[in-house]
Design a protein around this ligand. Structure first.
Ligand SMILES: [Zn+2]
Length: 181
């Protein structure tokens, strides 16, 4: 993607075209079907599939013609950027840091690394000594659920750390010291 200086950064412009995942029937893995990770059937309706990590390519010779047709008729949803996903995840959070980060995300603040997994494991990646605002909220969010998302973001000259507990509790936003040189 090329950056046009005349065009302001936006969620809409930052979305990437969606793709269907490659799916194969367990019984006959020679034909490429289009599937989605959460579906137990391909676009053409066949079941007993395994969804692969690869992307469905409608132009390969061994493609299922019905899946190719259906994929062309109903293109996959565009993928939101990390900024947009984090912005949406912070909807239920509260406080001035949350408002500040959401505003920066709407302007294209840098997002990443983004890790998901066991709260206890990911807590090891949090350096509390470096947090200058919001440490208590981060501790609370890490203790709220068995699994969390741990996300770093940077914008407006500030380093943010976000914990989003899965299922329960409220996302927490903290600010960390600037990176050491
Ligand atoms: Zn198919």
């Amino acid at each position: 993607m090329t950056e046009d200086p005349g065009e302001p950064w936006s969620f809409a412009a930052a979305r990437t075209p969606g793709v269907y995942a490659l799916a194969r029937r367990l019984e006959d893995d020679r034909v490429d079907h289009a599937g989605t990770p959460l579906n137990d059937h391909a676009l053409c309706g066949v079941t007993g599939i395994a969804v692969c990590r690869s992307v469905f390519d409608p132009n390969v010779p061994n493609v299922c013609p019905e899946c190719r047709e259906e994929a062309a008729r109903t293109p996959p949803e565009p993928e939101p950027s990390g900024q947009e996903r984090l912005h949406d995840m912070l909807e239920p959070a509260e406080g001035p840091l949350r408002d500040e980060l959401r505003r920066l995300l709407r302007g294209g603040a840098r997002v990443g690394p983004w890790r998901g997994g066991h709260a206890q494991t990911l807590a090891g990646d949090v350096v509390f000594d470096r947090i200058i605002e919001g440490a208590d909220a981060i501790r609370k969010a890490l203790a709220a659920a068995a699994s969390v998302e741990l996300i770093w973001a940077r914008g407006g000259g500030r380093n943010f750390l976000v914990v989003v507990p899965h299922g329960v509790g409220s996302p927490a936003v903290a600010v960390q010291l600037p990176d050491p040189d």
